[in-house]
Design a protein around this ligand. Structure first.
Ligand code: ADP
Ligand code: ZN
Length: 741
């Protein structure tokens, strides 16, 4: 069932199919095989993107190889047409096939990842696009303001009428009105305009000794023209970005394409500006926020080899690069590189796979590498390059624990007197303080004081989280929201509902009350309607227009706040409690990252960690700044337990609306585990998943553990294949699960 269809292209396959020849076409439709067609008039190349008839529809596909010939020849239809885009290269076919095998994903789903650009088949033509004009409108309205803001935000980009209207939340008549007045220009533009040229010969920053050595080693590795991975490790602010931009420059000089993956869209804006400053133009961008027409253009440019550098999210790995020489994975430890729905893949691992196939270099950059990468560097599989010092005068913050057992706090408050004093001190000096809590919303639990019930989600086994800012309760599992009730849904008591525990909004309230004179800003992903609003807020903070910043993990990532000199972590113990295999690692990374926000400029920073267990080994390692010590201890524990990276794991998630059916399937799988036993693997479960119900579907999990060298995927495929999924039952395989939810 899950075996990838089709055969791998071999050199003996013909390169070109004459008209009428039988070809196998892989489509994006959920079929478990390639389909045979006749090559169209004029013939077609192997790898060509084509349009084929499927039932009454026309669908996109790729000429995968020679037809298999097992259909009735007289009923075979012809390929409708060959699309005007570069054919898929063998290297890409190879990548998709291997990625499919690794993640146990059907090939059509892989092909969908590789063709995420609508209108690929449309012929190039002229169309009307809209960009910022010279004149001011006679009268400014909210709607007009939004249109102009959108255009300013995207710095000179042009959009179609429909895109611009959607992005600005206005009707097209508003844009037409602005066009009449010259505030917006309407121009005829060929689709698929070329991208601006990046010049690698422009001078970069003058590097320090450490940085220059690191850049040299990356350049040398690149020039070998062979696959290899380098772990670029250096504390936040040590200049990792400056160093890898030098590797990008070298790659461009060699005439090869480069790809930089970033974990957060919010980080791209700052990065694009840096690329512009370094190479004199902005690179191609690829992520969910890129407008549709722009996607199509970038996809085509990348495929023609005319995009020198792409900056994007994990899906950029599936772009049709012609000559990819370098992939940078910035913040390689970041959990958002793992795609958690649809095709379950880890972009970091897939970057290594893709590079190995096309002979490219990978650079994994991080201040706090994942244990996997650290172990690979230790074993010599990866090279390691280190930047030891922060750039300039900036120093690593001084880190200390606040022992919460010795602090006196009023009920319903979370800022200890010690932390309060430290914040006060920063305010007096005109510096910034940041208070960090990794919980969105106002309070994680809403409790009825009459009956003791907590308000839960109707569709999930999760508690509803109060979001006071939105005046709603929200389920963070399924996104369901409802107005804040005044009456307990369980017992009907009136006005007895009470928030329990802190969220970022509640902390902000406490800070505002404690420091009434301070300007308090809250950064939480759900408080901002758009990435743009968030970016503006981040810029204001960087400019010193805030005194206290309250934030969730959003703030732990890569921003530069020069006035920030104190970071207070409200609950350093939060991450230590999870049953997650990576809980300790996550806590360690997060704390180090958050602490890295403080003292990035000339002023030294301090990080204070509120904890009830200051003697916990993870907390101790964080405070001591002893990364190597932490990794060694953590590696030893995992090695003994035989878990990743010293063993292999796969999660099997079963779900369905009928709980008994889901468990029956789970039990049947567990009983019939011969293919797993043959490779010495063990299966655990079925057990209810930690969140056992999501959107009304019951979820059950099995966990498979195998030795490091075991042929896990192949055994999993054989194990699962005989099971037919009845009704609405669903099964998904998660190789190397990251989150255990
Ligand atoms: P990292 O990626 O390790 O966090 P960055 O490359 O972002 O570090 O560097 C941190 C800051 O220091 C940036 O503003 C960067 O421009 C500056 N910087 C780093 N190295 C140099 C250098 N050699 N010359 C000038 N500025 C530098
Ligand atoms: Zn829910």
């Amino acid at each position: 069932m899950l075996k990838p269809p089709g055969r791998q292209a071999t050199v003996s396959e013909p390169e070109f199919f004459d008209q009428g020849a039988l070809v196998a076409v892989l489509t994006t439709q959920p079929l478990d095989r390639t389909l045979d067609y006749k090559a169209p008039e004029g013939g077609c190349l192997r790898g060509a993107f084509v349009e084929v008839p499927l039932g009454p529809r026309k669908v996109i596909g790729v000429i995968w190889g020679a037809g298999q010939g097992d259909f009735d020849r007289s009923r075979i239809r012809s390929v409708i047409r060959v699309l005007d885009v570069a054919p898929m290269r063998d290297e890409m076919k190879n990548f998709l096939t291997r990625a499919a095998e690794y993640t146990l994903t059907p090939m059509p789903a892989m092909l969908r990842l590789a063709t995420r650009a609508p209108g690929l088949g449309d012929p190039p033509s002229m169309r009307k696009v809209y960009r910022l004009g010279q004149r001011e409108p006679d009268r400014m309205t909210d709607a007009r303001r939004r249109v102009l803001d959108t255009l300013i935000e995207y710095g000179g980009l042009a959009f179609t009428l429909k895109e611009l209207a959607e992005m600005s939340g206005v009707t097209s008549s508003v844009i037409k009105g602005l066009t009449k007045q010259g505030a917006v220009d309407e121009i005829d533009s060929p689709r698929d305009m070329p991208l601006p040229h990046l010049d690698p010969e422009r001078p970069g920053k003058e590097l320090t000794g450490d940085q220059a050595a690191a850049a040299d080693s990356l350049r040398t590795a690149l020039r070998s023209d062979r696959y290899g991975t380098t772990l670029l490790r250096g504390v936040t602010g040590s200049g990792k970005t400056e160093v890898y931009l030098e590797a990008v420059a070298e790659c461009l000089r060699m005439g090869r394409q480069a790809l930089v993956l970033l974990p957060e869209i919010a980080l791209t804006a700052e990065f694009l500006t840096r690329v512009d400053a370094r190479f004199g133009a902005r690179p191609a961008e690829w992520h969910s926020g890129v407008p549709m027409t722009e996607r199509r253009r970038i996809w085509k440019m990348v495929g023609q080899g005319n995009a020198q550098l792409v900056v994007g999210a994990r899906s950029a790995l599936f772009l049709p690069f012609q000559n990819l020489g370098l992939i940078i994975v910035d913040e390689e430890h970041d959990t958002s590189y793992k795609q958690e729905d649809g095709v379950l893949y880890n972009a970091r691992d897939m970057a290594v796979l893709r590079a190995a196939i096309c002979g490219a270099r990978v650079v994994l950059a991080s201040a706090t590498p994942s244990l996997e990468s650290w172990a690979n560097a230790q074993s010599g599989k990866y090279d390691m390059v280190e930047l030891k010092a922060r750039f300039g005068a900036a120093e690593l913050p001084d880190m200390r624990a606040i022992d919460m057992r010795a602090e006196k706090l009023k009920a319903g408050t979370w800022i200890s007197p010690t932390l309060r004093g430290a914040v006060q001190d920063r305010l007096a000096k005109g510096e910034q303080a940041m208070l960090f809590i990794n919980r969105r919303g106002y309070a994680p639990v809403t409790l009825c004081r009459a009956c003791g019930q907590q308000i839960g989600c109707d569709h999930c086994d999760a508690r509803m989280v109060e979001h006071r800012f939105l005046k709603r309760l929200m389920c963070h599992q399924c996104g369901e929201t409802r107005p804040l009730p005044t009456v307990c849904p369980s017992c009907g008591a009136e006005d007895r509902l009470a928030p329990v525990g802190p969220g970022v909004e509640r902390l902000a309230e406490e800070a505002a009350a404690l420091f009434p004179e301070a300007r308090v800003v809250t950064l939480s992903s759900d408080l901002f309607g758009s990435a743009r609003a968030l970016k503006a807020e981040i810029e204001r903070i960087a400019a010193g227009e805030a005194d206290i910043i309250i934030g969730t993990q959003l703030v732990a990532k890569g921003h530069n706040f020069p006035y920030l000199t104190l970071v207070g972590v409200i609950d350093a113990d939060l991450g230590l409690q999870g049953s997650d295999l990576r809980a300790a690692e996550r806590t360690f990374q997060l704390m180090r990252q958050v602490a890295g926000r403080a003292g990035r400029a000339e002023r030294p920073g301090t990080a204070l960690l509120q904890t009830f267990q200051p003697e916990h080994p993870v907390i101790r390692a964080i405070l001591a700044g002893d990364e190597t010590g932490f990794w060694r201890a953590e590696a030893a524990e995992r090695e003994v337990a035989g878990v990743p990276p010293y063993g292999r794991m796969a999660g099997i998630i079963l779900s369905g609306t009928d709980v008994a059916q889901v468990f029956d399937l789970g039990n049947a799988l567990a009983r019939n585990d011969a293919p797993l036993r043959q490779i010495g693997a063990q299966v655990f479960g079925p057990a209810p998943a930690p969140i056992a119900r999501v959107r009304g579907r019951h979820r059950v999990r099995l966990l498979v553990k195998a030795a490091k060298g075991a042929a896990l995927q192949e055994a999993l495929a054989r194990w699962i294949a005989p099971f037919r999924l009845k009704g609405d039952l669903r099964l998904s395989v998660d190789i190397d699960p990251q989150s255990f939810l």
